[in-house]
Design a protein around this ligand. Structure first.
Ligand SMILES: [Zn+2]
Length: 126
């Protein structure tokens, strides 16, 4: 894991070729602050981070602050309130259920974070 300088003196965590998502903290993003969508939690990276996590910006993440999205991720592995959000999370495909099973094991520390392995499981969801 390494820290990479970003906009305005910010530092971003990177593992291999992937940046950590500011919401789920998994290495899912190709770049930071580029409106990349996390394929695990579905947070869209508009640059919001720890310093302003409590703000509801009303941008691509609508009525969700980063803090609330993080709480939702800890609770049920996506950024939306329970039963809300996009169809992908409301009606998960078999591939997404496999991804969630993998993520659950990562979050619980049962398996180490491997960027390539996570990439493969995410790719199957597209
Ligand atoms: Zn995420």
């Amino acid at each position: 894991m390494e820290q990479v300088p970003g906009h305005a003196g910010k530092l971003y965590w990177k593992l291999g070729e992937r940046f950590l998502c500011p919401c789920c903290h998994l290495p899912t993003l190709t770049f930071r602050e580029g409106y990349d969508c996390c394929a695990v939690c579905w947070w869209e990276d508009d640059g919001q981070d720890a310093a302003d996590a409590g703000e509801v910006r009303g941008g691509p993440n609508h009525r969700y602050s980063l803090t609330r999205a993080r709480q939702n991720f800890r609770d049920h592995l996506d950024m939306y309130d329970t039963g809300q959000g996009i169809r992908v999370v409301r009606e998960p495909s078999p591939a997404r259920l496999s991804l969630l099973a993998h993520v659950r094991r990562l979050v619980q520390g049962e398996i180490p974070v491997d960027v390539g392995e996570l990439e493969n499981v995410m790719r199957a969801c597209r």
